[in-house]
Design a protein around this ligand. Sequence first.
Ligand SMILES: Nc1ncnc2c1ncn2[C@@H]1O[C@H](COP(=O)(O)OP(=O)(O)OP(=O)(O)O)[C@@H](O)[C@H]1O
Ligand SMILES: Cc1cn([C@H]2C[C@H](O)[C@@H](COP(=O)(O)O)O2)c(=O)[nH]c1=O
Length: 940
Amino acid sequence: MSTATHAPRAVRPPMFGPLAVEAAAWSVLFAAAASAFAFAGYAGPLTVVAPGDLLAIGAAVDAGEFSLRTASVSLLVVLVFAALGMFLPNRMLGDRRPEFRQKLLAGGAAAAGAGAIVLFFVPVAWLAWLVSAFIGVVATLVLLLFPGMFRKPWRSAGASAAVMLFVTYVFQIAMGVPGGAVAVHWLSLVSGIVMVLAAVLVFLRPSGPVVPDPTTSSFPKARQVRLSREPALIERPWACYALFGVLGTVLALAQPTVADHDFGQAGFAVLLCAALLGWAVGYEIGPTFAPGMSRPRLTAFALLGAGVLTIALGIIDELSGKAVLTGAVAALAGLGVRAQPYVFSRRVGIVGGAALALLLTLIDRAVVVPLSEYTSWVLTATGIAYCTLGALAVIAGVLAHLWFVPQGLQGITVDIVHAFRQPGTPSHSAGPAGSADPDPTAPEAPAGTPAPAPGQGVDPAEAPAGALARAAAARVAPTGFFIAFEGGDGAGKTTQIRKIAEHLESLGIAAPIVTREPGGTEAGVRIREVVLGGEGVGPRSEALLFAADRAHHVSALIEPALEQGRVVLTDRYIDSSLAYQAAGRELSAEEVANLSRWATTGLVPHLTVVLDVAPETGAARTASRGEENHLDAEGLEFRQRVRAAYLDLAAREPSRYVVVDANRDADAVAVDIRAVVEAELARVHVAAAGDTAVGNTAAGGAAGIVEDRGREGNDEPGRNDVPSAPSEEAATTVLPTSLDSAPADSGPTDESASTGERASGDGPTPADEAATTVLPAQRGSQSEQSADDEAETTVLPPVRGGAGGSGTSEPGIRTPGSRTPEPESARAVPEDAETTVLPPARPGRSAHGTEGGAEQGAFPGDDAGHGEPSGAPVEEGTTGPERQGASAAYSPRERSRERLQAQAAIEREARERLRQSRLRPSGREGRRDDGQGTGDGGRR
Ligand SMILES: Nc1ncnc2c1ncn2[C@@H]1O[C@H](COP(=O)(O)OP(=O)(O)OP(=O)(O)O)[C@@H](O)[C@H]1O
Ligand SMILES: Cc1cn([C@H]2C[C@H](O)[C@@H](COP(=O)(O)O)O2)c(=O)[nH]c1=O
């Protein structure tokens, strides 16, 4: 007998029961909807239809004794009840234990199944309504309990619709069109029985931890999708609602249409199958369809197209035509919404469109249009509904091009012309709107022409900016660049990473690697499930799991990508552990820092963008997102500690951090981040360009920036930088101690604190002080500043256009920390200039080598004992900065040769990997040999 005392391990319990419930639920819903329509139209909603009368329903339709109005109202009630049922579990059961919800699911499924069986014996419309309400609850409980199962609903719904198609046709062949009503009736019985049996299976299913779905939006981040225009997260996805509305329209009008045209229930099944099939196709191809088109533009076109086809649906009278058009409309809806990650409810869109369509059928008037002396064209009640809603969708589609697509009509031709071009072709260096395509053949600027500040003279939302774009246009080989996005839950990291990735790619930079922690690799996804999956791991295990994920993340994805010269954007990195495990969980900052240092072999980002958000705001955002892990659910005090820690970290190392006020509108935040990242990347490109013939002109005055800022040796960030090591004094007295001992309220506690107000306030705490080193406000006087000024001072552009960051009186970006003497360049900025001074990027490994000892280490906990003494030999295995630290002494020509050689080696290696992966039958292109890198980091 086993005496093992281990905690029970998570098992993946059998899924057959839930799958059967899901499929049966669709069947019951279809049968209930069809029955409610037929019974109510024939006998009214409250009258029980005698089984013998079922055949008479078809005859009543023929004889005009069937009330389309009553039937449509009944169908509307079914839809509303089902939708209500879907909302209830989220609202009422969100915080109940999974075991409880599982039992509830079994009970709900049994009740719905029993209802469907009773409906067979007592055919009455109101019972069908009730059954559909239960179905809504059941469907949502399946979704809540078994995330992911409903991700492709057409599988289960399609199977049910196919069964319905088969059964209704068989009955209609045998008994004529009225036979369809009989078929649906029997379907109600059979699917009810299946549902009850499935409910029993669910009841008996062992309860266990639910394996969470690693994706949080419907956009397939987990697989490699090559797009020239990464989708932007939509904040106000009204065009998606409209698309779902059109889908709801065609679904809801299917029953009235078959009654209008006497197609019978088999006709309904045909339309249903067409819609599901079309939806499936559109949904599948959405992410990669028209890769060269901006995703909002694709959505706008889909809406426009869906509107036109819906009008055609109203005009065509014949079943096969209606089926094809229904499928096409559904495909466009799937394509349009799946083209981008969206955060909105499908139910609202579908039910809204369906309700509107059914309300229009209540008018129940036909329009007769005489075509000639002998023929006329009759627009039936459903025809009018299709045409009206189609016209509305067309209008919405046109408006979407103006209001939903961020750049409006600008660049629409580029979007169309480039729509099907594969990313990577030169034409894709066009800006988001297709404007300002950097033209490598354009005349070079006269030598010495100062580069305009990035973004100056152009709308940053529209065009590639400044030196970066020109450097990219000059085909300067990119060097790897590592940026971490940090901040409390709900700060908007995911949103902003998407935006900046899209922007960078639009500038012609090879698709940045977008990744996250935990869960950036396949192994990481599994670690994420354990650490965030509600398995109750303690703080220390939590810290170890995050570190394990990080170790693998760095070795399997980040380092190889950087070696290939890619830009890597990670959603969370080391600082998350310091903020959450050290400050939040109150573990030792030093120990947590050492753990991460060991896990990453000391790799720190070139730039860390801290999105600073008020705890209340972050909490509200994560709550509204509707999915929270146990860390999201921590109280405000925890969030407060996390925030203070981030600000403290940023204050310690102003050279590598930028704090951005993330309480503002996402677009305003994006404008600031874009400016920071562009400026940093421009430096990299410019430095690279400085070594090449073309680069001199591309860099222009900006090249001087590098020199002026004294960043010699830093022209290959991530490779060449000599990282700063802490001075003994700084490290031992400030770093671990203050983080460990930072009082919970030591950081800014409200929104004003993060906007810089405190800079002039009374007695700021250390964290305040650090976090609120206010940069010159962006006030619109940049144009008065000479370009030379800009070149000398490495200023960010005046941020214009955009959604407001620049327009506000509060600067969105602050250089954290005032302990490091302000750079000369910063002081050169006129006080009233609308500029933001960037801190220099200091990437590379921490704690190796020194740089004057003026700066503190990359980790809290760094001290003299951990750092290498000045001039210490390079540690084996710590690639990158150390290797190139010496290159600071090289001549530009030598550096250039070395870089070219390195690049050639990377290319050779990449080719070899590609060749090997092709040789392997299951190998996937672009993956690491260890099979763990996911290319896109398994992003949501
Ligand atoms: N600036 C903003 N203003 C309002 N809502 C925002 C803003 N940025 C993001 N959101 C919304 O807040 C929610 C959380 O955003 P997002 O997932 O980008 O944050 P996050 O910091 O990555 O969160 P987490 O770390 O918990 O994953 C989303 O619903 C998003 O649409
Ligand atoms: C890397 C890392 C993460 N966490 C926490 C922070 C968040 O609550 C979750 C990650 O969820 P997200 O939605 O991807 O932001 O994990 C942490 O506590 N420590 C870490 O090192």
